[in-house]
Design a binder for this molecule. Sequence first.
Ligand code: FEO
Length: 391
Amino acid sequence: MNARKVKEGVFWLGAVDWDRRLFDSIIPLPDGTSYNAYLIKGSEKVALLDTVDPTMKRELMRQLEDVPRIDYLIAHHAEQDHSGEIPSVLEKYKEAKLVCSTIAKDMLVDHLHVPPERIMTVKDGETLQLGGKTLRFIYTPWVHWPETMVTYLQEDRILFTGDFFGSHYATSEQYADEAQVYEPAKRYFAEIMMPFRKAIQKNIEKVEKLDIDMIAPSHGPIYRDPKFIINAYKDWVSDTPKNVVLLPYISMHDSTRMLVERLVAALTDRGVRVYQFDLARADIGKIAVELVDAATVVVGTPTFHSGIHPLALYATYLVSLLRGRIKFASVIGSYGWKSKALEQVAGLIEPLKLEVIEPVICRGMPRENDLKAIDALAEKIAEKHRALGLK
Ligand code: FEO
């Protein structure tokens, strides 16, 4: 992709990574991603905002062939998908200063071996004049690392947000089609931002006071309707979940599956939305997306040797890491002769301080009384959701 004009003196640079299918060696990317850098030309100085993932070095360096001078290289975030080519840019532009938050300085030195003397730190709210273009730096910690900040280009009312409000979405379109970008943005929020929900609430309050025409993130297309993504984030970070049950499960000989099917039917009859995922083939990114709204998680697992099935263990650990807004949890499953599955699940979710609803564990293939216990579990979940007024 070639450089593209956003506004007078403001250009998108970077790379669309159509083929990337995994991020952080764990996160599925069904729609690819992009690494956005932005070039801002003032009458006196030139700034480059972020770089690209090292796999896309060639793209960025080709775009920079027509850029004779960069005075400031702004690093919103030290993670390598944006910072990875900072050393190449500093090598090409010997006079350029690397501008970052105070916390980011050591991180950039450690991760990229940037010479400390090339770094200029800025405080929260500090401005930098390029000549007719004023950059205001705003600290937005824990989105999703501690050093993260955003840049507000005052004259053009563009907010450059790094990962904040981004989407893993490869597209040739410069601007977001809201209907298309909603799910990739939610998937990105779920996997990266959700554990830092409280910090993000504060950061939204901080940035939404600005007069913003566009939000230009470091992943995915630019938003020309900032309210669209700000309101989506407000919904995802609010303290109230929705009337949703997330049901990741695994079954070896169908006994657990029979319990799962009964629970899904019983919840649906009671007006509770449920998302069932067979962990043998599920996209864990999709599980994360549904976790954003879930009030209850029920893990379905058979006993594998004497404990929880490894795939159920993985899903439960992921839920405990991503946190979400879940209030209630339970376990359903079967065993042959003995099981420590319950204790293992309880140990994994203990840090979440959830209310555990009576599990249903049966020996062998479920009998009628086991299925009735599943109906009772569904009723309890529905009651709990009703009591909280979940929609
Ligand atoms: Fe897109 Fe946290 O890096």
